[in-house]
Design a protein around this ligand. Structure first.
Ligand code: PAF
Length: 286
């Protein structure tokens, strides 16, 4: 495996390599990222992973400065997972001048849910992802479904700009108790870590209620928010959305068994976690 820090070296290394499969990351890797790298390996061609903590997607009060930078350890993990090239540019390489050209993602997808609570977040994500795509020029890019909305927003960007890249969604990897793996889990103290499973449990209860209860979506979501508050969380949202476009499902959608996803974001202590659970048609009891 090679670790490359400049765009010029990356282009040279990739020349003549054929179709590459790409996994963009911000480093501080865990098994969830490594599963995406293995998924990329199944897509064929050399696997490129990027490590870049993207300032553009952090608001001033967020954790850009304290976001862990663990390049040496990340590279060891990536090599073991089958990565061929790590692209780890520094800020001067990727943003040699202020990045004044930016992607403005579809507000219908990007200004809801995470976008409502983190204004500008998906613009920052799309801008760096487009730039990384320009550097790597992959045939396939793998995004974790843990960041479900990000996966959708990037997918639509690729569609609308007609980028010749196939976007693959990698399944969320969970700890034994059900907590979705996330770089931010490292911020949790032992007490918070023990309680953190409450988020995935709340999502599972929403899924079950959606499948079986007579309650409407708003009532199910309100009950889950109340449960989270009782468990010591400060929830931003719990929301049932259509998988296809993240729109609020209609009564007809529910009757038709349109696939939905339940998404949630909540703070435990000073750490904000997100998670989601897909509700497949097969799982519905009608
Ligand atoms: O999901 C992430 O880690 C980041 O949002 C990404 C896609 C690497 C862009 O900075």
């Amino acid at each position: 495996m090679r670790t490359i820090h400049t765009i010029a070296d990356l282009r040279e290394a990739l020349a003549g390599c054929g179709s590459t499969s790409f996994v963009p990351t911000m480093g501080n890797l865990h098994d969830g990222h490594l599963a995406l790298v293995r998924e990329a390996g199944l897509q064929g061609g050399p696997v490129v992973a990027s490590i870049f903590v993207n300032r553009l997607q952090f608001a001033p009060h967020e954790d850009f400065d304290r976001y862990p930078r663990t390049l040496a350890r990340d590279c060891e993990l990536l090599e073991a997972a089958g990565c061929d090239i790590v692209f780890a540019p520094d800020e001067r390489e990727l943003y040699p001048q202020a990045q004044t050209y930016a992607v403005c993602p579809d507000p219908a997808l990007a200004d809801i849910l995470e976008g409502e609570f983190r204004p500008g977040f998906f613009g920052g994500v799309c801008t760096v992802v487009l730039k990384l795509f320009a550097c790597v020029q992959p045939a396939v890019a793998v995004f974790g479904k843990k960041d479900y909305q990000q996966w959708k927003v990037v997918g639509r960007m690729v569609e609308q700009f007609a980028l010749p890249i196939r976007i693959v969604g990698g399944e969320t990897v969970r700890a034994a108790d059900g907590l979705a793996l996330s770089s931010r889990n490292g911020y949790l103290d032992p007490g918070e870590r023990a309680r953190a499973v409450g988020l995935s449990q709340a999502l599972a209860r929403v899924r079950d209620a959606w499948n079986t209860a007579a309650l409407d979506a708003a009532a199910i979501e309100a009950a889950a928010m109340a449960e989270l508050r009782d468990g010591g969380w400060v929830p931003d949202y719990v929301s049932i959305r259509r998988q296809a476009d993240l729109a609020v499902p209609t009564l007809q959608d529910r009757a038709d068994g349109v696939p939905v996803v339940v998404l949630a974001a909540a703070r435990i202590g000073s750490t904000r976690l997100i998670d989601n659970i897909e509700v497949s048609v097969a799982a519905r009891q009608r």
